[in-house]
Design a protein around this ligand. Sequence first.
Ligand code: CDP
Length: 213
Amino acid sequence: MRFTVAIDGPAAAGKGTIARMVAAEFGFAHLDTGLLYRAVGRKALAMGQGVIDPLQAAKIAAGLADTDIDRDDLRSARVAQAASKVAVLPDVRAALLQFQRDFARRDGGAILDGRDIGTVICPDADVKLFVTASDAVRAKRRFAELRAKTPELTLETVERDLKQRDIRDASRDAAPMVAAMDALVLDTTEMTIKAAVQAAIDVIREYRGCRPS
Ligand code: CDP
């Protein structure tokens, strides 16, 4: 059985949590595609001693290994910024495309979250969601996530980081962040994460109920 769910949206809108919990509910495999860009960004920064070289970033993307993705230092704001900088590079995106498409087509169902899943990676996904929330709510959520590991962080710096990335992600030429025409927009500003997960599950259940067998 193939079944693909695409979840896109701006930073810290709740995509990751929703995708993880929906995957657990339906037994789908889950790919957090942001981790691919974070892994490339982190490595490009390290190899360029703080400066990202576009050619090197494309090579890193082409040779990305599981060990690059399976790291616990990819969640920092610094790596997030690097991710959004390498994410504007068409060669980086091209190098990561096939892996994501193969993942989406795996047997048993797959859910991918990112910025261009419903538009570029899986334009024919069965269900597409665009998850969003107000800037202030997203900043608060991300601040709560990061502050244990980074006590010097302030709400203002988190909000600035999210805004910078959102602008870069939405205005780039290569696969910009935009809701697919056929995506259902889920605004989680006033929702608990539990309610947002339930809303996503309900949409998928409804779709599967309507699907000819
Ligand atoms: O967790 P958060 O939403 O803050 O970010 P993420 O999903 O880990 O993505 C980090 C960065 O990778 C984003 O700001 C984008 O620039 C880039 N990205 C992308 O361009 N396309 C994707 N499918 C996923 C992430």
